[in-house]
Design a protein around this ligand. Structure first.
Ligand SMILES: C[S@@+](CC[C@H](N)C(=O)[O-])C[C@H]1O[C@@H](n2cnc3c(N)ncnc32)[C@H](O)[C@@H]1O
Length: 190
């Protein structure tokens, strides 16, 4: 689902980049994120700053996708040499089964009511042994931002317990790291 105006501004602010670079990427690296010479897919890549960070780690290939044209326009303008698609993450049919080593999600599933389909698709496109790195907020924090800052997340049954249950159902083994705003996961396809 498209971002509300207020969240769109927040996602394109300098403090968001600061968190991305100095907090979230290092947390993923502590969980084992390595993309050197790997085929990487980023879901909900937004303005492309995640693409910039991931490219600095030397992937073999990178594709970032986002459903919001406005975000992909910014990403293409700022990083014209990287590959971005306007695409709903619930349909990854253009990617072959077992074609990606690493999938990265910086806070996106809580925006997608059909989030289970996204996990199903990721399970299909990841190679055996490949990893999904994802970070998501708790349901309580989503409601906090909606109540106080009117971020307007969609109605959804998304929650960390439901996420973990579905990851397990789809054959992922995961490790997680709790932080005050986001829980970070490394989910490995077995
Ligand atoms: C909270 S923002 C995070 C953006 C970026 N990953 C970041 O960390 O700055 C969520 C992103 O998910 C995208 N999104 C929402 N629903 C989507 C869907 N069904 N498929 C792909 N992207 C989606 C939004 O357009 C938005 O860019």
């Amino acid at each position: 689902m498209k971002l509300s105006d207020v969240e769109f501004r927040a996602m394109n602010s300098p403090w968001r980049r600061w968190g991305h670079r100095y907090f979230e990427l290092p947390m993923f690296q502590r969980l084992g994120l390595e993309v050197k010479d790997k085929d990487v897919l980023e879901i909900g890549c937004g303005n492309g700053y995640g693409a910039y960070l991931l490219h600095s780690l030397g992937p073999k290939s990178y594709i970032g996708l986002d459903v919001m044209e406005e975000q992909i326009e910014i990403a293409r303008r700022e990083y014209p040499h990287f590959e971005f698609l306007v695409q709903d993450a619930a349909d990854l049919s253009q990617f072959a089964p077992a074609s990606k080593d690493v999938v990265v999600i910086f806070g996106v599933l809580h925006h997608i009511p059909e989030w289970r389909r996204v996990i199903d698709e990721i399970a299909r496109v990841l190679k055996p042994g490949g990893s999904l790195f994802l970070e998501e907020p708790r349901g309580l924090d989503i409601r906090f931002f909606d109540f106080f800052f009117r971020w307007g997340h969609p109605d959804s049954d998304f929650g960390l317990k439901a996420l973990e249950k579905h990851l397990t159902l789809r054959g992922f083994r995961f490790r997680k790291q709790w932080t005050p705003l986001l829980t970070m996961y490394r989910a490995q396809k077995i």
